[in-house]
Design a protein around this ligand. Structure first.
Ligand code: SDX
Length: 428
């Protein structure tokens, strides 16, 4: 087995070590490249071929459609686990015992009260504000009411920050939605499970006793699990690089929320629903939108299709598509856009443009259909993605800090003006 990579530049030859992961992935370790070659660097826009770190949290294989959190296959977790135990596994490395899970949940509940002054910040937002902007601001605002830095070398300090954000974040999510709906803000009930309480905080009407719908609860557990981590995606890389400057956990998470908001990333789940609605309004003419997606002169993309890593299928999309059928049937919801979505997928899977580019439905393609059936407003879909991704962001931030990774600071190749002298304004 090769353990070195050879590079030839002009007459000079260089050797670099290869590193291999536990799933036999191989990387060229170029930490010494610039020094050894007197300044030569690599360049890779979008980091399509570049690893930023070694990580023990999530493994995915884009060709085989494999996704595992801490070695546990996503299919088994989605089927058998609850979200909080998956969060525990991502953050601490293994699925918890029942005692560990109970203590984790108890500690989270003990830290789930948000300083009441946060409501004043929430009040300042217009009802038209996008929930992702509100959530990112409120998450950053937590630093005003909690220690802004975490002593990562103290297990106790790190644990305290983790249970704090896992306790307070769902409150911020629920309050963000209810602010836009003009509903009172509440805390749910400590007697409920983690996901059940999120539902109560989000959906409880002030004039009635809230009943947990177990179909919705199971579907929400599954959706949050499927979104919980995804190795070095855009928002997770953002959380890691912001944290690499030793900015606090809450500030790093706030940055991750903003990165997730983009329609090419987590914002796609909202964009998918808007696209499907447009197609429905347009008489369900999927062929027209397929043509637009393929037209280089048209900026329209088939939202929810394509993925940087998955080049056969997104295992999460398969699970969510099946869950969409089950949840809508169980809830007695007949949503015509589910059929439109299935029609689009069917056409794309046999269209050379999509097949040649290996474009398949991703995690965002069907998720919004379930969220909508649950009564979650479209603008809140990416917030739900953030709620699911929170434990992954925490786990990745913690790993980066505990591994004492250096501050992230990429190089560049300068292509601007060469040296020239200042000229006074009279002479310009
Ligand atoms: C998520 O990274 C993660 O893990 C992310 C995520 C996670 O869990 O964190 O999985 C969550 O962000 C899922 C992706 C959600 N985004 C979308 O659904 C938006 C639509 N999809 C794309 O914009 C695109 O597919 C990306 C952003 C997802 C991936 O883009 P890449 O890898 O940079 O690929 P590319 O833009 O270079 O596209 C390659 C080709 C291009 O055509 P050519 O120039 O080769 O002719 O495929 C085309 C693109 O035009 N293409 C599409 C398309 N996606 C890519 N054409 C039409 N519709 C699309 N959706």
């Amino acid at each position: 087995m090769l353990d070195k990579a050879n590079l030839k530049i002009g007459e000079n030859s260089y050797e670099f070590p290869l590193i291999k992961g536990t799933e036999d992935e191989v990387a060229i370790d170029i930490k010494s490249l610039r020094g050894a070659t007197n300044g030569v660097i690599t360049i890779d826009p979008g980091f399509k071929n570049t690893g930023s770190c070694e990580s023990a949290i999530t493994f995915l294989d884009g060709e085989k459609g494999i996704l595992r959190y801490r070695g546990y296959p996503i299919e088994q977790l989605a089927e058998k686990a609850v979200f909080l135990e998956v969060a525990y596994a991502l953050i601490f490395g293994n699925l918890p015992t029942s005692e560990q899970l109970d203590k984790f949940h108890t500690d989270i509940k003990s830290k789930s009260v948000v300083d009441d002054d946060v409501k004043k910040i929430l009040d300042a937002f217009p009802k038209t504000a996008h929930p992702m902007g509100i959530l990112s601001s409120l998450t950053s605002a937590l630093t005003a009411f909690n220690p802004s830095s975490v002593n990562v070398d103290s297990e106790e300090d790190m644990y305290r920050a983790i249970v704090k954000i896992l306790g307070k974040f769902p409150v911020l999510v629920a309050w963000t939605m209810r602010k836009k709906q003009g509903l009172p803000l509440n805390y749910g009930s400590k007697s409920l499970g983690y996901v059940e309480n999120i539902m109560k905080m989000m959906f409880e009407q002030p004039n009635e006793d809230y009943e947990i719908n177990t179909i919705v609860k199971d579907a929400l557990d599954k959706l949050l699990i499927l979104h919980a981590d995804h190795e070095q995606n855009c928002s997770t890389s953002t959380v890691r690089i912001v944290g690499s400057s030793h900015a606090g956990l809450f500030a790093s998470l706030s940055a991750g929320i903003s990165a997730l908001w983009g329609p090419l990333h987590g914002g796609a789940n909202q964009a998918v629903l808007e696209m499907l609605e447009a197609i429905k309004e347009d008489g369900g003419d999927t062929k027209k939108y397929m043509a637009k997606a393929k037209d280089k002169n048209d900026s329209f993309r088939l939202m929810g299709f394509g993925h940087r890593v998955y080049k056969n299928f997104d295992p999460r999309a398969k699970i969510i598509k099946k869950a969409a059928d089950e949840v809508l049937n169980s809830l007695g919801v007949d949503d015509p856009i589910l059929e439109i979505a299935k029609g689009l997928e069917k056409e794309a899977l046999k269209d050379p443009y999509f097949v040649d580019r290996k474009l398949y439905p991703n995690v965002d393609f069907y998720s919004g259909i379930i969220y909508r059936a649950m009564g979650i407003p479209v603008e809140m879909f990416t917030v739900m993605f953030a709620l699911g991704r929170l434990p992954g962001w925490i786990a990745q931030w913690k790993e980066m800090r505990l591994n004492k990774e250096p501050i992230g600071r990429p190089r560049q190749i300068y292509t601007g003006q060469t040296e020239r002298s200042f000229t006074s304004i009279e002479n310009r």
